[in-house]
Design a protein around this ligand. Structure first.
Ligand SMILES: C[S@@+](CC[C@H](N)C(=O)[O-])C[C@H]1O[C@@H](n2cnc3c(N)ncnc32)[C@H](O)[C@@H]1O
Length: 360
């Protein structure tokens, strides 16, 4: 698995990128720079269409024209050429004078055999259900209320339960994001060498597998919704870990039937508002024996510091989830305290942070 650079190097890289982008903007009239900012939906949909059609897999390491590619991906040749030409603007492919396209290093992450394949993330972001919620952002700003439920009449989780193919796609998309951070997260010092670790709403088990793999005496429990557990079962079996992980169907808001030394909530609290987060933490706290720990894995967002990932992810939570938001370390520690847990260590890992709470 590829390893992200240390957090300081990531911060420095992101700061330098912002500086370069600002410098590039300074060369343009401001209206041109703003016009470019309004074209995000095109970018999301171009990447999504290429991902959906499997264009990156079909291109492989070759230079091909759209006419050569189209029959392989079931596309109209002229329209595919136009979409790929737009993708070339964003650096996903290169287009030569003979009309042939080839993948760039960024475009290669859309291949299913990429080290961290972002194909399903691109497909998920471009889904009509995801985009429709984003399309109602202004109403969320007016009212302060999240968008998905207003637009679709149901929470995203109930939507997924009714649309299993989207649920599987989202689980797979989350798996890719977790893969990016997993090496840094698993290298953190707060994981035990033996005992049991319970990942609550742990998706397809990607983080659990990464923590268990180098610690042969450690066992796992994965609590998830039914549809996601099916995805997890296959994933854990592929990694040779199925016999070390107990799969438990359960709700974040019900009784947590899992005894463990360490509980994990990764990218869960950011899906929910403070009141629901307190209920989730209360369920986990009730299952914890004295001395057990809970590790929150979240991106940190300080109120007055824009962050290139967390500040946009914050709006992803606003549009897609139930009152979700990104929080600062202090806000997360306050939630832990409110649930009767003593805040412990805070460790940065990749673009995430690990925030520990200890049961007295
Ligand atoms: C943002 S994903 C995070 C998944 C995983 N922890 C990760 O980081 O890859 C949120 C997860 O919460 C699960 N979830 C949402 N509502 C739930 C509920 N009421 N009970 C159990 N799981 C739930 C979803 O199935 C989804 O896998």
């Amino acid at each position: 698995m590829p390893s992200l650079p240390p957090p300081r190097a990531i911060d420095a890289g992101l700061a330098l990128r912002r500086l370069l982008l600002r410098t590039a903007d300074a060369l343009l009239p401001p209206a041109a720079a703003l016009w470019d900012r309004t074209m995000g939906v095109e970018r999301t949909q171009v990447a999504g269409a290429l991902a959906e059609l499997g264009v990156a897999d079909a291109l492989g390491g070759n230079r091909l024209t759209a006419a050569e590619l189209a029959p392989r991906v079931g596309a109209d040749a002229d329209t595919l050429h136009r979409v790929l030409r737009a993708a070339a603007v964003d650096g996903l492919v290169r287009l030569d004078r003979r009309g042939r396209f080839r993948l760039t290093r960024i475009g290669r992450t859309l291949r299913t055999d990429a080290e961290v394949p972002l194909r399903d993330w691109a497909r998920y972001m471009a889904l009509p259900s995801t985009q429709a919620a984003w399309g109602d952002l202004t109403a969320s700003v007016r009212t302060g209320a999240p968008a998905f439920g207003r637009v679709h009449g149901t929470s995203v989780w109930d939507w997924f339960a009714a649309h299993p193919e989207e649920e599987r796609l989202f689980a797979s998309a989350m798996r890719s994001l977790t893969q990016l951070d997993a090496p840094a997260i698993t290298a953190a010092e707060l994981w035990p060498q033996d005992g049991t670790i319970c990942d609550v709403a742990g998706g397809a088990g990607t983080l659990l597998a990464a923590v268990l793999e180098p610690r042969p005496r450690l066992r796992g429990v994965l609590v998830e919704a039914k549809g996601v557990l099916a995805e997890a079962e296959a994933h854990l079996a592929r990694r040779g870990l199925r016999d070390r992980v107990e799969l438990v169907e359960g709700s974040l808001f019900g009784e947590l039937r899992a005894g463990a030394d360490v509980y994990v909530l990764k990218n869960i609290l950011h899906d929910w508002g403070d009141a629901a987060s307190a209920r989730i933490l209360g369920s986990v706290r009730a299952a914890m024996a004295p001395g057990a720990t809970l590790v929150l894995v979240e991106q940190l967002q300080d109120r007055n510091r824009p962050h290139p990932f967390a500040s946009l992810a914050d709006l992803q939570m606003l549009t897609q989830c139930d009152d979700g938001r990104e929080r600062s370390a202090a806000e997360l520690r306050a939630l832990l305290t409110g649930a009767g847990l003593r805040p412990g260590r805070v460790e940065r890992a990749g673009v995430s942070a690990l925030i520990e709470g200890v049961a007295a």
